[in-house]
Design a protein around this ligand. Structure first.
Ligand SMILES: Nc1ncnc2c1ncn2[C@@H]1O[C@H](COP(=O)(O)OP(=O)(O)OP(=O)(O)O)[C@@H](O)[C@H]1O
Ligand SMILES: [Mg+2]
Length: 273
């Protein structure tokens, strides 16, 4: 397979602005089929903006996003939704929906003109609820759930869409450590067993290094690091991008890097001092 055929999503000269502020000045990035790509960076570095642009939730000021080599702006909404699901960072909570009603929405891109759910739709909903440990919560109102349970309901919605590309913006926010690990293992399983392509925004750099085939570091809307976790997660990157002194060691089991934070270094955004 050629390198090009292997590219599922591509940003070409992508520029995104909010009002006068340029957030992503000129992004060029190819995402490869079947990989787990972790997107990391400090608060405000542009991770969510990039993810939303990939999912066509934001319109570029310049440049384009390509999905399977086709300009994403030219595709129909259901074409995009059958290929790619996104868990946004702060999804709007639709009031008074049950978990099942939320997750059901993931099937609409697959449903016929009358939006009638068929056998395969119910099977996909049941599977998504089971994978996220939410089967017992299906009749609960979203309003009544804890932060972590609600987060898992949103992940179930993305999974019910049965796409082969999944974009996750901080999916482990609000989750206790066991549920965080469950989500990490789920992502790994979907990737290994079903070849799912995943782009995942994570703040826990150790989790990102454990999980990802490729780590992309964003700094002020530009790529400041890109490659295998062991080449990207270095003490020097942690200092220049995240402003911390850290010791990076290798996990003797899997060979992945992990870091131990030592102290705060100079604020990378600060000038002067
Ligand atoms: N709707 C908006 N209007 C104006 N500015 C925005 C808007 N959304 C984001 N920004 C700004 O764009 C920049 C990038 O935001 P973005 O949400 O992409 O960052 P992020 O890397 O996802 O950060 P975090 O780790 O905090 O989620 C920030 O400076 C933010 O203040
Ligand atoms: Mg964000």
């Amino acid at each position: 397979m050629s390198q090009q055929a292997n590219v599922v999503l591509e940003a070409k000269n992508l520029q995104l602005c909010y009002d006068a502020a340029v957030i992503l000045p000129d992004m060029n990035l190819s995402i490869h089929t079947g990989q787990i790509t972790a997107l990391v960076g400090t608060n405000g570095s542009g991770k969510s903006t990039l993810l939303k642009a990939f999912a066509r939730l934001l319109k570029p000021d310049q440049g384009n996003v390509y999905l399977d080599g086709r300009a994403i702006a030219t595709l129909s909404s259901s074409e995009v939704a059958r290929r790619m699901a996104i868990l946004p960072q702060s999804p709007d909570v639709p009031s008074s929906l049950t978990v099942h009603e939320l997750v059901e929405q993931g099937r609409y891109p697959h449903a016929g003109p009358l939006k009638m759910l068929r056998k395969q739709d119910h099977a996909a909903i049941d599977r998504a609820l089971a994978l996220t440990g939410m089967s017992d919560y299906r009749n609960r109102l979203l309003d009544s759930l804890s932060g972590g349970e609600r987060q898992r309901a949103w992940i179930a919605l993305a999974l019910a869409q049965s796409t082969s590309v999944l974009l996750l913006d901080e999916p482990t926010t609000y989750l206790d450590i066991r549920h965080q690990l469950e989500i990490m293992e789920l992502v790994q399983r979907l990737n290994h067993e079903e070849g799912m392509t995943v782009i995942i925004v994570l703040h826990d750099l150790n989790q990102a290094a454990q999980l990802a085939d490729r780590m992309i570091v964003l700094q002020q809307g530009r790529v400041a690091g890109d490659g295998r976790p062991e080449t990207v997660m270095t003490a020097s990157m942690l200092e220049t991008v995240f402003g911390i002194h850290a010791r990076v060691v290798e996990d003797p089991e899997g060979g992945r890097p992990y870091f131990i934070p030592l102290s705060v270094a100079r604020d990378p955004k600060a000038t002067g001092l």
